[in-house]
Design a protein around this ligand. Sequence first.
Ligand SMILES: Nc1ncnc2c1ncn2[C@@H]1O[C@H](COP(=O)(O)OP(=O)(O)OP(=O)(O)O)[C@@H](O)[C@H]1O
Ligand SMILES: O=P(O)(O)OC[C@H]1O[C@H](OP(=O)(O)OP(=O)(O)O)[C@H](O)[C@@H]1O
Ligand SMILES: O=C(O)c1cccnc1
Length: 484
Amino acid sequence: MIEQGNMALLTDLYEYTMANGFYQDMKEQRGSFDMFFRKLPDNGRFVVLAGVETALKEMQNFHFEQEDLDYLKGLGLFSQEFLNYLRDFKFKCKVYSVPEGTPVFPREPVVTVEGPLLQAQLFETLLLNVINHQTLIATKARRIVAASKGRAVMEFGARRAQGPASAVYGARAAVIGGCTSTSNLLAGQKFGIPVAGTMAHSWIEAFDNELAAFEAWAKIYPQNCSLLVDTYDVLESGVPHAIKVFDQLATKGYQKFGIRIDSGDITQLSTQARKMLDNAGYPKATITASNALDEHIIQSLVSEGAAIDNFGVGENLITSASSPVLSGVYKLGAVQKDDGIWYPKVKVSASLGKLTLPGRKQIYRLYDPRTGSPFADLVSLRDEKIAENITEMKVLSADPEATKRYRTLRNIQAVELQKEALNEQGQLLTGDPSVFEIQKYSKKKLAELPASKKRLLYPDEYPVFITKDLYEQQQELIEDNRIE
Ligand SMILES: Nc1ncnc2c1ncn2[C@@H]1O[C@H](COP(=O)(O)OP(=O)(O)OP(=O)(O)O)[C@@H](O)[C@H]1O
Ligand SMILES: O=P(O)(O)OC[C@H]1O[C@H](OP(=O)(O)OP(=O)(O)O)[C@H](O)[C@@H]1O
Ligand SMILES: O=C(O)c1cccnc1
């Protein structure tokens, strides 16, 4: 499950029944599918796109073992020709994506898969599974890290994650969202994330008393000695015992010390503990806080002046507990028929908000050259030529339910967002960045956004526009599909 490799069956049955049908009826036809988000977690205005590189590697690796083919055959639903096609599966899609780590907005196509309809269809569930999950956790991590105001956030969630894969890929996403380390060794090994940690209450309880537990720990780990001080009483027992042990270590020349507080009123306990450590001559000893933290508790702790250097955050981060679902979707935008022409497709829904954007598209981030800040994104048809510098342009809101749909934009700079990420030979074109390279890129792109769009409560809306050509194409298709 955690290993990359054989994810071909991590999907819904209907992808295969459709693919089998496409094989029989329109083997040569190509399709263009877009992944995009609608409703965003925690009433935020954007998500931090994550999981792209993982998904691309899964697509590169997409193949069938004999046992998969036997299983599919056993379902009695698929033609032998189709099963042979799967046996000899050769990736023939092109994937375009916004770079991983970019803050992205509702309704814009962040990943586009183009290729044989049957292949592009088969990738739907896997792509959504990977990108919805990691984007959700990276977005939550971004909120927690923002609330921490420069203090390190360690990812502690493995024990509370919903299963092994969520723990490992959740840790990856948490780092993309800004966490500095993880306690999860498998994630550390797999993605080169620094691992960090302290000790559990069991260590303290296993000894006859707290001091004995601290001394035993200090003997084994004198170089970097971090002690859990809340098993009995933080201020009466834990901190005084920790100071005693630090005194013993200091006489031997050691100087890297820390404590962790995991219960009680963290502001009061940490400020008192800070005074005690400072008075004892340990102003550099670090204080870590944990205990069901989230962005709101952290924001409150920081505003109260809690003396915390590091936060350890588990359950609320790794499960995105306050908003546990990200329902990114994958919709058909166009099909290419035998004549080589791409025909746009639209999904008209009972609810206007779910109307899709037809055609093959591109996204642009629109900057105000006076401030250097982006103020909106624009979705165009891919064949439209959007100039880098635009003097004037009439656009519409991408949200069909918006009350004020038309806008005229003046003097803007447009930067293309979607780039080719996987070519038809299955070669990765993203440069395969490390998680920390993605984190760095993400921070840079987040820093561009005005603070009002990033605040945790009631952030200001960031508009996504569509071009007139895209709007007209959408309207024509709605007309064509109208039942007389
Ligand atoms: N100053 C504070 N402001 C806001 N929330 C805080 C503050 N201090 C602690 N908290 C949070 O309050 C919640 C409850 O903490 P508390 O330690 O009282 O209960 P608990 O988790 O049941 O305790 P225990 O771990 O001892 O069983 C935790 O999520 C903790 O992070
Ligand atoms: O609260 P979270 O944000 O999920 O952070 C992780 C929690 O996991 C540990 O508790 P646990 O009671 O499992 O073990 P312990 O004995 O080490 O405290 C740790 O002490 C934190 O409280
Ligand atoms: O190392 C720690 O302190 C730790 C690790 C996982 C969960 N809670 C705490």
